[in-house]
Design a protein around this ligand. Sequence first.
Ligand SMILES: [Zn+2]
Length: 300
Amino acid sequence: MFSNRRNKYFVTLLFCGAAELFGAFCFLFCKQEKVLLNAYNKDTVFKSDSISEKKDTIKKNSVQMDLHEVIKLHYESTVIDSHNDYLYQVFKRGAEFGTRDKFTQSGLQRFTEGGVDVQVFAIWIPSSEEKRANAFAKEQISRLKRIEAKYSGEFEIAYNSADIDRIIKSGKFCGMMGIEDGAAVGNDADNVNEFFKLGIRYIGLTWNRSNLLGTSAKDEPAHGKTAEPAGGLTKFGFEVVKRMDEIGMLIDVSHIGEGAFWDVVKTTKNPIIASHRCDNGEFPRRFYKRKRKVNAYAGN
Ligand SMILES: [Zn+2]
């Protein structure tokens, strides 16, 4: 789905607020002449079980770059932030896309000044809207489309990789949409198709609450207490995963429990994504540390 446009470098930031992170990065290193960048290589790093060996490998593969080179690399790359909760702030606090609101760290100016080319806007379902998750998700989609209409000269939503290339080339800021919490699917897998038609390109199966699709990392039964934790996808969850596979909707494993993760890996025939790290600090952070799972993830 994502493709490089400008040069050989391609940067995908898997954290919320790429622009802010980059700003913080520059702030932290602004007084240093050289910056260490990790030349991350999963084949060499994960070959070893020893953490110190892993660290040595990362150190060995690191390169020193002048801060100016780092900034140049950032701005010359196509930067895609795969998850940002900005849209919730539009709903909750009336954030205005063209304004530097004090209560958000995002907005059109910050995105573009921060060197973000593509922002995937997360359609997250707050607890207050859980009972009407499907309707709320559609309202959030409409909200982003209204922003697109209002800022049509500067912002456009992409639905495929050709759109991304075209929109960036035109000089506009590019948006995409993903759902965070499969509760939005309700109890009907046909809603996956409907969301795809509306422009959603990934669905995170759960947020911090287990739902009709499966268990979340936060509340998965026996999480962390047994070698093979209980929980996983429900029968409906399996149906949804298969439907997502059929139509090309990306499966986002952020926030899902360990049992659910393995059910997804065993079921899907397509690559999976983790659009951002788990907010509760458990899975998948824990899973990143386990070679067996990292390999399963890479193999998928
Ligand atoms: Zn999250």
